[in-house]
Design a protein around this ligand. Structure first.
Ligand SMILES: [Fe+2]
Ligand SMILES: [Fe+2]
Length: 167
């Protein structure tokens, strides 16, 4: 499927999230251009990153990334491992993330429709020091989770620890 066919399919598959996915796709394309990463892969991963959300409605927010990677392959016929991993790890990150994975992780959090405290700072960081941006975003999430007494996610903590050590 080319990108237009993927868009069409995603729109009927998951209409509620379509505008967020289009915005993420555009942000991912810009970041990919900026960092010299394959723009086509970034567009596809950005577009499909939340395709797993429909199936996991009301469930743990983290499972949609894994489901998304499965659906991207089965329903959207994407078999590129780099794209599938970028979808798979867009919520928690992981140790040794590829540049494409970091781009999708951050594009999701800074796409123009996002509005929250600190997003402008994160937008700037994303284009100057993407590792620092991933760290900042993970720290925001962890703080948010702690404040609300929600369950801390172990994978996000591992990613944060790893990035801080290599920095
Ligand atoms: Fe997501
Ligand atoms: Fe998203």
């Amino acid at each position: 499927m080319n990108i237009d066919e993927l868009k069409k399919k995603l729109e009927s598959f998951n209409p509620g999230l379509y505008s967020h996915c289009i915005s993420t796709m555009k942000e991912a394309e810009k970041l990919a251009f900026h960092y010299g990463v394959d723009e086509e892969k970034a567009k596809i991963a950005g577009l499909l990153h939340d395709c797993g959300k429909r199936m996991t409605k009301g469930q743990d927010n983290l499972t949609h990334s894994k489901t998304g990677a499965e659906l991207a392959e089965e329903v959207f016929d994407v078999h590129d491992k780099e794209i599938l991993n970028a979808i798979m790890y867009h919520t928690t990150g992981r140790e040794n993330m590829t540049m494409l994975e970091k781009i999708i992780f951050i594009a999701d959090k800074i796409e123009p429709r996002r509005k929250y405290d600190g997003v402008e700072e994160l937008r700037k960081k994303a284009y100057t020091d993407i590792d620092a941006a991933v760290i900042m975003s993970l720290e925001n999430t962890i703080e948010y989770v702690k404040k609300r007494n929600l369950k801390l996610d172990n994978d996000s903590l591992k990613t944060l620890k790893f990035l801080k050590e290599v920095k």
